[in-house]
Design a protein. Sequence first.
Length: 161
Amino acid sequence: MNKKTLILGIGNYLLQDEGIGIHIIHILEKERLPSHISLLDGGTSGLHLLSWLQDYERIILIDATLDNNPPGTIQLIYPHHAKDFPPLMSAHEIGLQDMIEAMILTEHLPEIQLITISVQNINDIGLDLTPSIKASIPKVIHLIKQLVDDKSHKKRLSTVK
């Protein structure tokens, strides 16, 4: 039996690469996904998402990060605590970390698979992604489809090449 899974894109669509999570959700809305998968454009919400997230057994979270890796670097992380999130995770880091801590306190922490895409800047205004971030989209979509199809949900940290 498949776990009820939410694919959650986080970011500010108006701040160019910072909105990569939202761009991914908009692309996935056009894909055929299994019935146990839900999609959510989480915008820049943090704690406001808490009531939505507690209905799911697994969350695949997509967000931009300022982690000094080359732009477009994709990582898969399995955070269990707020401290497990990468440093300087986009413009809404505090809200996401607070959300995870609140879920721990309520003893309802779904399995979280965090996909980060390294960006160089989160402050440029614009709707279009930079070329290196745009080029990462097919790899992120492929990774998401692998996670959706992966019945074992093996815990690992990996960088996607």
